[in-house]
Design a protein around this ligand. Sequence first.
Ligand code: FEO
Length: 412
Amino acid sequence: MTLKAFQLSEKVYWVGAIDWGMRDFHGYRTGSGTTYNAYLIVGDKVTLIDTVKRPFLDEMMARISSVMDPARIDYVVSGHSEPDHAGAIPEVAKIVAPERIFASVQGKKALDEHFHEKHLPIQAVSDGETLSLGNMSVTFIETRMVHWPDSMFTYLKEGEILFSQDAFGMHLASGLRYADEISHHLVLHEASRYFANILLPLSSVIAKLLEKVAKLGLPVKTVAPAHGPIWRDGGKEIMGLYAKWCKQEPTSKAVVVYDTMWGSTELMARAIGDGLLEGGATPVLMPLHSSHRSDVAAEILECGAILVGSPTINNSIFPSVADVLTYLVGLKPKNLIGAAFGSYGWSGEGVAQVEEYLRRMGVEIVGESVKAIYVPDSDTLERCRTLGRVVGEKVSQRASIGKCEKSEILSS
Ligand code: FEO
């Protein structure tokens, strides 16, 4: 391979891999591929920050070879043990024979549990520990649960680069390395999808992490994540977005998620959508025959309500609806109100089961859920419209309270 490294600064290179074809990341649909970012610090002690997913080992080695003989690598740092970054460590260790592989305390344990190779020279480092690379130094910052228990950032003082592993990343394959070189709309779209699908359940941990990083007062020129483009604004924009997303403040958007067997639940969804609009909300209808679970997750990131419709099939919720609700329960969204609806033929348990999922998600149920036998008549559709209006009014009221509180803070 003749692939080249990308030089970030005098002594630092991007030597990762571009996965143009990746479309599924453990259940999250990634329409734009991804990158696995590895970085080479050419200090007196040559240091590789992270590796790549195992099938991309050759690509990374080719990029390293464009800078120097890989055998000159002294240290490898593992930001966390998930296989998309640490998967190639055993092969890298065979090729390079590094003096040390550094990981957090939890990371050493996790790498051992992944590879079961006792001979690997893995050494645990603690939060705040500084490692000399001779003419340079790196400091490790523990970032537990962002997004694995063993996660840590690595900060390079000379050059002021924060290697932030999964945080501030996105699944976006590109030949361009800097976020400001790529369409801003695309960058924000993929960054928010990534946050919603990967980091949303960790919002409170991330909010604390942002405080911790701010308190450290480290000058940061560049934020170099483990996926997607690199931020050379010091991470200002993406950290601001993370602070906002962590709060999950309710907006006037109301997402209507549903599937339908013979069109009845869809008729109900449309009537609810009209009611939401009348109540002052901005409805987004997401039929599950054309919306993936990760599209729904992305929509509820900046949202105020979720209304879920399911037909009853074999005394149960519809499978596609169960799929999305199971996924959303795990993502632990906050500050949502919602309601359930759906059609049925014989027994009609689906709507109650949807309500149960919504309660498990912490959604405040508003209004009266609507069930329709076979095909909704005009009265039933009017009840759907009323449900939409009630939720819509509440959603727009909550969104304007949030806006007023913000403007009061700004004017005080
Ligand atoms: Fe990109 Fe947590 O792996």
